[in-house]
Design a protein around this ligand. Structure first.
Ligand SMILES: [Fe+2]
Ligand SMILES: [Fe+2]
Length: 148
């Protein structure tokens, strides 16, 4: 069974994205280790989290007019669609198919993170809206400013 574990290779140094990715790795591991009885529930948690994860990245790309957005957004849509089909399979008791999908998702996630998400993280680190501005602003002392 293919699994994914958090490692430096997945770290993109854009904390809002890394935090979501760490949660994803945990949820996928929970699903992969779940017995049949709780797999549908664990898979539903993966699907819900992934829907939010992808929606957040899509929003960043749209808001900052990221040039490579189209392919990335399409990939999110396709994968989420497949994961939702997996939920239907889980609820129908086809656990082997879901477990196979979970293994494929682990492989896909590592690849996606190191390619399309890595490019997006680099872009967001350079964007004022992505935290660049707030990092610069945090150089000041807010307490001092509040008293001016
Ligand atoms: Fe991501
Ligand atoms: Fe992504």
């Amino acid at each position: 069974m293919n699994t994914v574990e958090w490692s430096d290779a997945l770290q993109l140094d854009y904390e809002p994205m890394d935090a979501v990715h760490r949660e994803f790795v945990d949820l996928l591991a929970l699903a992969q280790n779940a017995p049949d009885a709780t797999l549908p529930l664990a898979w539903a948690a993966v699907v819900d989290h992934t829907a939010e994860h992808f929606a957040r990245e899509d929003e960043w790309m749209r808001k900052t007019r990221f040039s490579a957005a189209e392919n990335h957004i399409i990939q999110h849509r396709v994968v989420l669609h497949v994961l939702r089909e997996g939920l239907a399979l889980a609820r129908a008791g086809q656990m082997d198919a879901v477990r196979e999908m979970a293994g494929e998702l682990a492989v896909w996630f590592a690849k996606h993170t190191q390619s399309l998400d890595a490019a997006l993280a680099l872009h967001m680190r350079r964007e004022p809206a992505g935290g660049g501005a707030s990092r610069r602003a945090s150089g000041g002392n807010p307490t001092v400013h509040a008293h001016l």
